[in-house]
Design a binder for this molecule. Structure first.
Ligand SMILES: Nc1nc2c(c(=O)[nH]1)N[C@H]1C(S)=C(S)[C@@H](COP(=O)(O)OP(=O)(O)OC[C@H]3O[C@@H](n4cnc5c(=O)[nH]c(N)nc54)[C@H](O)[C@@H]3O)O[C@H]1N2
Ligand SMILES: Nc1nc2c(c(=O)[nH]1)N[C@H]1C(S)=C(S)[C@@H](COP(=O)(O)OP(=O)(O)OC[C@H]3O[C@@H](n4cnc5c(=O)[nH]c(N)nc54)[C@H](O)[C@@H]3O)O[C@H]1N2
Ligand SMILES: [Mo]
Length: 770
């Protein structure tokens, strides 16, 4: 892996960019080799081996990569290429020291790419940017926490502070964090979910009474049909491919719905089986439906229509006993506008009928999805239509069937369970208040997009980020940077340097913290933490490695030390909680349903499953039944000469953490400023593979009579077999194109998979570093 640690001068961007054929197979031996090479480069052979042996093992740490669950028969190498990269990124032996900050001004850091910033190594010392200073300077923990505490106490209103959370934070840290924030007096707890699976949560809570998936790994082992819509598992959830390959081998049908022909959905070699190493691998998807971006709502409406036409496919007993709204739904789907459906989906009627037949033929169906369904304007109605189709056949709450929103960050689901949510439910607050004899605020707080607006409009003054990279991960980069720069104080609790550290308020702090892989010693001894995966399994994670620097505090310690300063009289034993995480778990047990005998059950191999009503067909909705819904069809309107752009992840990145510059499975090497466009669209638009273009997004505010344009400069055009009318480029480079106000109805998630753009000949011969 090339890295540019020593190079101090900006390098010409993408000078080595090359484009080739995507490989025929995902994973297999080359993936293991790539992973090991990356791990050894970051930490040397001995540490790499010791570290990787503990990933996802009962006595080891939870992989900080994705939230895919661990099988109960943990094989020795239960990690994947991208999990190994995530571990290497954290367990690297490189360090960012105070000397580094003396050498690099904040302005210089601001010009650097996230790849460069991340490759500098682990943060070691608390750093402070005093008002007006060009550089961060080292500061003691006491002084740093006093600065933050003083700012918080000086606010006129607790709602002037915003407390963001990314999804790697443990249950214990998340619980004390939200406890502190609510005791302080606000529900301003935006999180990465707001940009991620919020649309899933919104659609599922309303229709089946729980904002999470209903399936377990065993269900995938029993499913007859597995539909994967809007997800790229080979890159983002590689361990899912082993599950899918096993399902396939026992005869399950797999259907992929995606504008991109993602490699892992076609062919897979499992490096953890003999066959995967030496054999030909598994052909994954039986059908590949190359849907137009945003076309899934129309597609699932059409499948619903076709199932209704096929009376025998409907599970009338289930519908009668467990659902409401069927009559209205059946009436709305009784007829179908086929030309509109074909236009919205980009699919033929025969393809859509073929998909409906797969549902009809299946006795147990699971639908999996990720960001391809959640990041559109109409994501919530889109996911409701998926639920409608599953309800028709009784495919929720029985073995081998259900909804499977595949989560991103390794503990993003657990953080929500712990109360990291700007719109907390009353029962949760009531339990919290009872346990701690306090009165939590009831008024809902700010989500990510509203938090940016609040800083822009000077309503918010202090930003605290518990992990993550807020400025890079959020939309409308220029607007967001400007908004955060208005803050009085910006604070980031981080393991690694990132772009958000370079966009500072009047004052700024960087608080370095322990990672999941590291030993966490407190006064009562080494502590373990817990996490919850995508399938609601809660289990322990034991950090093993020596901390990256002697002075690092855990996230729990940082929160408790801050809380002790800000709220000494809250009647909460912050010092005691910091010293013994079992006491935090004791409180979680009292506040959060499903955590009875928490301490005992985390020692069970593989952990324990949180109860889900929907799995048992007890639907916690307004009607106590699963809800059919009728949703007006939304078709993305793309004017002539324009394309719909989706912003995706490459194989060498973890969100804003850029491990390297290759996107192996799409044939792209040593560069990220590329835009993938269908060759026929290129011809129509008058461009060719290899051209350099600017991407110009076009957006009109409601009620306005003119378009606003946003520009991302200089991308190499790649002729690529994506769906017609659709383009793809990497985030975060393209976040500058996503308008802050372009969000999903209801969930308010940035619509980063449906950005209307046009291509223009490149306006510059050079591109920005980031
Ligand atoms: N290695 C690695 N692992 C990760 C991450 C990472 O960055 N790197 N990120 C983690 C996080 S936080 C998350 S949320 C997940 C994200 O996991 P994914 O959702 O797989 O990530 P994306 O790259 O956003 O890919 C979206 C996929 O949906 C498809 N798609 C886009 N729009 C549509 C549409 O309208 N309809 C359909 N049917 N398909 C569409 C795209 O072509 C692409 O295949 O991965 C997690 N795991
Ligand atoms: N255009 C576009 N934008 C998107 C998306 C998209 O598909 N397209 N996807 C969205 C999605 S799904 C998500 S989830 C968000 C992600 O948004 P975030 O979660 O905010 O971003 P990450 O890049 O995952 O955060 C990486 C940083 O987290 C810190 N970190 C890593 N591990 C730890 C830890 O253990 N503790 C602490 N305290 N810090 C740690 C490191 O400093 C690292 O630099 O981005 C969203 N943004
Ligand atoms: Mo995510």
């Amino acid at each position: 892996m090339g890295h540019t640690t020593s190079a101090d001068q900006p390098q010409p961007v993408d000078k080595d960019l090359s484009v080739g054929q995507p490989p025929a197979y995902a994973a297999g031996v080359p993936a293991v080799v790539r992973a090991l090479r990356m791990s050894v480069a970051q930490m040397g052979v001995g540490r790499a081996t010791r570290t990787l042996l503990h990933v996802n093992q009962p006595d080891g740490f939870d992989c900080p990569g994705c939230a895919w669950p661990d099988p109960s028969d943990t094989r020795r190498a239960e990690f994947c290429e991208n999990g190994a990269k995530a571990v290497a990124e954290e367990a690297t032996t490189r360090r960012v020291t105070p000397e580094f900050f003396a050498e690099h001004s904040i302005e210089q850091l601001r010009g650097r790419s996230d790849h460069w910033l991340g490759s500098q190594g682990r943060l070691t010392t608390p750093m402070h940017r005093p008002a007006g200073a060009d550089h961060y300077v080292p500061v003691s923990w006491d002084a740093a926490l006093d600065i933050l505490a003083n700012h918080l106490r000086a606010l006129d209103d607790p709602d002037e502070a915003v407390f963001y959370t990314s999804g790697r934070t443990s249950n214990e840290a998340a619980f004390v964090y939200q406890l502190f924030v609510r005791a302080f007096g606000t529900n301003n707890l935006p999180d990465c979910s707001n940009m991620c699976h919020e649309s899933s949560g919104s659609a599922l809570t309303e229709t089946i009474g729980v904002g999470k998936g209903t399936v377990s790994l065993e269900d995938l082992e029993q499913a007859e049909l597995i539909v994967i819509a809007g997800q790229n598992p080979a890159t983002n959830h590689p361990r899912m491919l082993s599950t899918l390959a096993a399902a396939k081998e026992r005869g399950a049908v797999i259907v992929a719905i995606n504008p991109l022909p993602e490699v892992g959905l076609k062919q897979f070699k499992d490096p953890q089986t003999v066959k995967g190493v030496v054999g030909g691998g598994v052909t994954m998807a039986d059908d590949f439906l190359q849907v137009r971006l945003g076309g899934d709502q129309a597609l699932f409406q059409a499948v619903g229509h076709l199932l209704l036409q096929h009376e025998a496919s409907i599970d009338h007993d289930f519908v009668a006993a467990h659902t409401s709204g069927f009559e209205a739904y059946a009436a709305a789907r009784a007829s179908l506008d086929w030309p509109l459906t074909e236009r919205a989906t980009g699919l033929t009627r025969a393809e859509i009928e073929g998909l409906a037949q797969r549902f009809i033929d299946s006795g147990a169906t699971v639908v999996c999805w990720a960001m391809g369904l959640t990041q559109h304007r109409h994501s919530v109605p889109m996911i409701r239509e998926v639920v409608n189709v599953l309800l028709l056949q009784g495919n929720i709450g029985r073995p081998g069937a259900g909804v499977c929103p595949v989560r991103g960050h390794s503990n993003v689901q657990g953080d929500r369970t712990m109360g990291i949510y700007e719109k907390p439910a009353e029962p949760f607050l009531a339990a919290l208040d009872r346990e701690f004899a306090m009165t939590s605020p009831r008024e809902h707080g700010l989500d990510v997009v509203n938090a940016i607006r609040a800083f822009r409009d000077h309503r918010a003054k202090v930003f605290v980020g518990m992990g993550g990279n807020f400025v890079r991960a959020t939309p409308d980069t220029a607007v967001t940077e400007d908004a955060l720069s208005q803050a009085d104080l910006t604070v980031h609790v981080s393991t690694k340097l990132n772009g958000s550290h370079a966009v500072v308020g009047r004052e700024a702090l960087i608080l370095p913290t322990l990672g999941r892989t590291e030993r966490d010693d407190q006064v009562t001894g080494p502590q373990l933490v817990t996490v919850e995966d995508s399938m609601s399994m809660v289990h322990a994670s034991h950090g093993r490695l020596k901390p990256a620097a002697p002075g690092l505090l855990s996230e729990v310690a940082i929160v408790c030390e801050l809380a002790r300063r800000v709220l000494p009289d809250a009647g909460i034993d912050w010092v005691g909680l910091r010293g013994d995480y079992r006491r935090i778990r004791g409180h979680i047990e009292q506040v959060v349903p499903g955590f009875e005998e928490f301490e005992k059950r985390i020692t069970e191999p593989g952990g324990f499953r949180l109860p889900s009503g929907a799995r048992e067909r007890a639907f916690a909705t307004a009607t106590s039944r699963a809800q059919f819904t009728v949703n007006a069809l939304h078709v993305i309107d793309c004017p002539p000469g324009h394309l719909i752009l989706q912003t995706v992840r490459s194989h060498d990145q973890y969100n804003t953490t850029i491990y390297g510059l290759d996107d192996h499975y799409r044939g792209i090497k040593q560069g990220r400023r590329v835009v993938l466009v269908n060759p026929s669209d290129l011809e129509e638009l008058g461009f060719a593979d290899g051209d350099h273009v600017d991407l110009v997004s076009v957006w009109r505010d409601a009620g306005s009579d003119h378009d606003q344009e946003r520009r991302a400069v200089r991308f190499r055009v790649v002729a690529y077999p994506t769906a017609r009318g659709c383009a793809a480029a990497y985030f975060p480079e393209t976040n500058v194109l996503v308008p802050l106000d372009s969000t999903a109805e209801i969930s308010n998630t940035p619509a980063s998979k449906s950005v209307i753009i046009r291509l223009e000949a490149a306006s510059s011969t050079t591109a920005p570093q980031r």
